[in-house]
Design a protein around this ligand. Sequence first.
Ligand SMILES: NC(=O)c1ccc[n+]([C@@H]2O[C@H](COP(=O)([O-])OP(=O)(O)OC[C@H]3O[C@@H](n4cnc5c(N)ncnc54)[C@H](OP(=O)(O)O)[C@@H]3O)[C@@H](O)[C@H]2O)c1
Length: 390
Amino acid sequence: MTGGNGGELPTQMAAMVLTGHGGTEKLVYRTDVATPVPGPGQVLVQVTATAKNNTDRKAREGLYPTQDKNEVTSFQMGGEATLTFPRIQGADVVGRVIAVGEGVNKGRLGERGLLDFNLYPDARRTINLAPDYYGHGCDGGYADFIAVPSDQFHCIDNPELADAQLATMGMCSYQTALHMLTSARVKAGERILVTGASGGVGTALIQLCRIMGAVPYALSQADKADALLKLGAEAVLDRHTMQGFTDRVLAATGGHPIDAVMDLVGGESTNLFIDTMITDMTSRNDYPRLSIAGASGGNLSEILWTKIYLYQVQLFGVSHGTREEADQLIEWIRTEDLKPVLHAAFKLSELHLAEKYFVNRGSNYLGKIVIVPDTQWAEHGAPFALESAQ
Ligand SMILES: NC(=O)c1ccc[n+]([C@@H]2O[C@H](COP(=O)([O-])OP(=O)(O)OC[C@H]3O[C@@H](n4cnc5c(N)ncnc54)[C@H](OP(=O)(O)O)[C@@H]3O)[C@@H](O)[C@H]2O)c1
């Protein structure tokens, strides 16, 4: 295959291949994987950075379970499991167009861009009923090259935004965050509780609240408070002291109930999060709303249905978002309304280390880890290596 510069592209590439459900031993670094060939309407991207998501680990471990905690399963929105092995994970891909498939304008060659990670089930722009994604239902960006639909690889050429920084703003976190907010009809001036606030989705939620004119209150850990306040949080609540939580929230809001909760934590805490919205129903202007897109704190919650229906709490389950929301986010990245929150970069061949670091992350961790192919490391990874993480 010939690249955009007329040179022959390698027929084999390096990739981190997931060989089955399990621990990091299931991730195998190979240098003899066939380089994908772009089909009609596709571009071939030379990957320079791919952001890590919590979902990579959960998909690898088979943690989309039923109530049986020991069951190993994959999510299967479209009716059957699309995660088959071997699989190359990695959803939020940045790179450069190096070849184009039939029907794609050659003018795209050389473009730097960000992939919209969705495998959309259909062409509808405002609804996405069976979410699946690159790195799950088909191969993703933990590789030297990836072939993707040209209309989902969005050119972003802001010169001061490094490739690794751009990858942190990928759709897995940001589109999910935006869909949490739009589902719950979040409006300017509303007070929003963001749980799991220091992670990929949480840091996206804080920024998006501010763009929409809403006021985010972050639930995190005390030693991340300064960074979260700088990012846009109005106040930061320590998740290690949940006793008297509602009173602490009311003290932070000046006595106003929370308008909507964006919950990434779940488990037994969600009951307390709902309480922050129902303290004074007559002072509210809209129903209490709870968007849920994650369960970092546990998959089972005990909540009284009487609380849900008597207080008219509206629940929104959120997974991914829509084409329209992806376009909006790309625009906010181009206009630099959104800022990257990059913790550190790791080499692709050292993804095992990144996975372990992610699970055992320390108190200074905020935002995203980015994985950079070894061939691109010097230019795109080394400036953001762990030693230089802030
Ligand atoms: N629905 C979707 O399509 C979708 C998309 C992306 C992510 N997700 C899910 O959303 C959740 C967040 O994703 P993410 O990528 O932002 O993950 P992340 O980067 O790992 O962040 C999660 C944050 O939650 C907090 N946390 C972790 N364990 C906790 C616990 N036991 N109790 C309370 N807080 C805890 C931590 O923040 P602090 O230490 O600061 O509290 C952590 O930074 C995950 O469950 C992920 O699987 C879902």
